[in-house]
Design a protein around this ligand. Sequence first.
Ligand code: PEP
Ligand code: MN
Length: 337
Amino acid sequence: MIITLIEEATEAHLKKITDTLLEYGWKATHVQTQSARYLVGIAGKEIDIRSIGVLPGVLDVHRVTDVFKLVSATWKVKPTVINLGDGVSIGGGGHTLMAGPCSIESEEQVATTVDFLVSQGIRVMRGGVFKPRSSPYSFRGLGLEGLKMFARVARDKKIKIVTEVLDASQIAAMYDYVDMYQVGARNSQNFTLLDELGKVDKPVLLKRGISGTLEELLQSAEYIFSNGNEKILLCERGIRTFEKSYRNTLDLNAVPYLREKTHLPVVVDPSHGIGVRRFVPAMTLAGIMAGADASLLEIHQSPEHAVSDGAQTLSFSEAAQVARQVAALVALRESIG
Ligand code: PEP
Ligand code: MN
């Protein structure tokens, strides 16, 4: 059950609502986010929710039978729109293309990529400075200094930044230089990291775990929301299956499923999703027709020389072609309803 409180709800109101719920065996958790206050009620006896709805302090009340609550579409039907500022937003219609290298490598690379994005009208750049690598001997990223450089060059051209946070200890230092924190597949169930990102007032792009179910993804998002941050995007980035022909299996079933189950925007990452450069364009377009609110692409001025994930990274000319196709397909998607 989700109870939205009026802004002026007092401690006495809260106590009355909580006590009433308790009478029916419901446990209530108070959640205060950037935009509202809620009580999340968990698992009690059958109750006529109108008896809660009439209590002072209550704005509205909804029954939510999903295991995830605040991120469920059953109480919030209107899609969440993530506003990154400067006219850049994700969700609630249309499609946002986000692109950039797997890893931030140098100032020259960032500047060249930013110029390319500007030429394409792409407003969000990805790029990791803290890289989760399977081997400790692989390139681990340029770190905070690299992020500062990334922000300086990108913001000069009003390009928004999404970059991965690997550990809760990095959140505060990164804050001034990111527009969206990315939680990687390997951290999708790092609950202490999710708790801390819930206390930050910046959007979080949460990736699905390598072997994570959609219910687990939605519950991870619930950690962030229930700690106070409503600005969450969910990202399908491929899962590990028995299929070995490509790096991962991009589960595009997830897109319509998530769009039905949650009000949060859904992002598709076809680069990690299939992991093979020549197949990335087809899967980007497939993601659009599945209903993605945004796509996240790995691009590089010279993919053969990328320090990480070159095999799934598009060149600028390939990316420009995909951007053209994406625009045409988004128009088609909108025209057919
Ligand atoms: C990345 O975006 O470069 C990345 C490491 O992604 P994932 O967590 O999906 O593997
Ligand atoms: Mn990568």
